[in-house]
Design a protein around this ligand. Structure first.
Ligand code: FDA
Length: 392
């Protein structure tokens, strides 16, 4: 029987960070993961450069049934604390946009940082370990695993969400929660591309690769960022962001959020009356996007001088309020995160400990706290992991 003070299940962002904190307090800690490699999502993240936090992270950047829950952890361990740690390791980074901090070189530097923190504090990290059984007993928790039996005082579940099963995602954390009578809120894919009905997918697929800054809106939430047209549907930051708020309805896409197209069209009609609408739109959008928009929105492709005020208003409205009803999303296969999860009402926001099961903790993405795109999800992993690390 292997005896530990703390067992952390899941060697991802939250689990490794929590283990290092707990071990630094002198606790005897071991992290167990079923995968061959630790931190696989970190390695894939941010296009291989890991968007490890966001300078402007605050509770407003997170979705949760209880929007207040994340505040305590985010305040106890802030983005500035993690940035200081990244600085200690001499990892070079830059702000890409909107406060998003990325490594200059490689996401592997963040995994190295976490593993180095674990080594320094003597936290063990064990991979290729299947957890077969978890039970509560008088001394804490008993675990039966493919590498033998374990007994620990505190058990931390850091197994993440369901997105990207190829990277080792499993519903393990939700099952442990349910085993201990802790509610799990329905899960769905977030930060995920939209798929489209055939009649719109086909013409857009022909111009896949084109990107346009848009304002994507649904459910009273909007993001002004780039939208990318793909051969499967719509992606890019604006779409990934709004996908987390999408519940099946139409999404409003303003294709020209920074320019009043009605005013611009009126001016263009005065200055270049013989220019066709398509050629005018090719000065606002990529040429092939302009052509496709004229076709799918059935815009009148005539010289601007032939368009009356009512028509110009209608054209501008169509481009500012393009309504698209996605067929669905690409699902967990390509989603960056999982919405929903372990109900925060069942956890202490100060420690992440389960209210009904002393010694049992849930951290990271397995919890019903989901960040926007932009480094927020890793910040939640660091903050929730740090908090639990002080109490296990
Ligand atoms: P994580 O998923 O990191 O770790 C869970 C661990 O548990 C894994 O090691 C897994 O193998 C293990 N595990 C699962 N089931 C198990 C079981 N049954 N037994 C044992 N072990 C088990 N966020 C961000 O802020 N900035 C970014 O740049 C990106 N980029 C990004 C790109 C891609 C492609 C994806 C898929 C996701 C992102 N994210 C992101 C989101 C971010 O990666 C995610 O929110 C965090 O990794 C969550 O950290 P956790 O530690 O909670 O789970």
């Amino acid at each position: 029987m292997n005896k530990r003070d703390v067992i952390v299940i899941g060697a991802g962002a939250a689990g490794l960070f929590c283990a290092a904190q707990a071990a630094a307090r002198g606790r005897n800690v071991e992290v167990l993961d079923h995968a061959k490699k630790v931190g696989r999502k970190i390695l894939m993240s941010g296009g291989g450069r890991c968007n490890f936090t966001n300078m402007y992270a605050s509770a407003e950047n997170f979705l949760s049934e209880n929007p207040h829950f994340c505040k305590s952890a985010l305040n106890q361990y802030t983005q500035w604390d993690f940035i200081a740690l990244v600085n200690d390791y001499g990892i070079a980074y830059h702000e890409k946009t909107l406060g998003q901090l990325f490594c200059d070189d490689s996401a592997s530097q963040i995994v190295d940082l976490l593993m180095s923190e674990c080594r320094k504090a003597n936290a063990r990290v064990t991979t290729r370990c299947e957890i077969l059984q978890v039970e509560k007993n008088d001394q804490g928790f008993y675990l039966n695993t493919s590498l033998g039996e374990y007994q620990c005082e505190s058990l931390v579940v850091a197994t993440g969400g369901l997105s990207m099963p190829k990277l080792g995602a499993t519903p393990f954390g939700y099952k442990v929660a349910q085993q201990f009578g802790i509610p799990v809120l329905p899960t769905r894919a977030g930060l995920v591309p939209f798929t489209l009905p055939p009649e719109i997918k086909a013409p857009l697929a022909e111009i896949s690769g084109i990107s346009q800054t848009v304002r994507a809106q649904c459910n009273n939430t909007a993001f002004v960022e780039d939208m990318l047209i793909t051969h499967r549907g719509l992606s890019g930051p604006a779409i990934l962001q709004i996908s987390s708020f999408w519940e099946g309805q139409a999404v409003d896409i303003d294709l020209s959020p920074q320019t009043d197209l009605h005013q611009a069209l009126v001016q263009a009609r005065e200055q270049q009356p013989n220019l066709s609408l398509k050629n005018y739109l090719a000065t606002c959008f990529a040429k092939r996007l302009a052509e496709t928009l004229v076709n799918i929105l059935a815009l009148p492709n005539v010289p601007l001088k032939q368009l009356n005020e009512k028509q110009l208003t209608a054209i501008a409205d169509q481009l500012h309020q393009w309504q698209i009803k996605p067929a669905g999303t690409e699902g967990y296969r390509t989603a960056e995160v999982t919405l929903g999860g372990v109900d925060t009402n069942a956890l202490s926001s100060k420690t992440m400990e389960a209210r009904n099961t002393p010694g049992l903790y849930f951290i990271g993405e397995v919890v019903d706290v989901t960040g926007w795109l932009g480094g927020y999800n890793f910040q939640w992993a660091w903050s929730s992991g740090w908090v639990a690390g002080q109490h296990v």
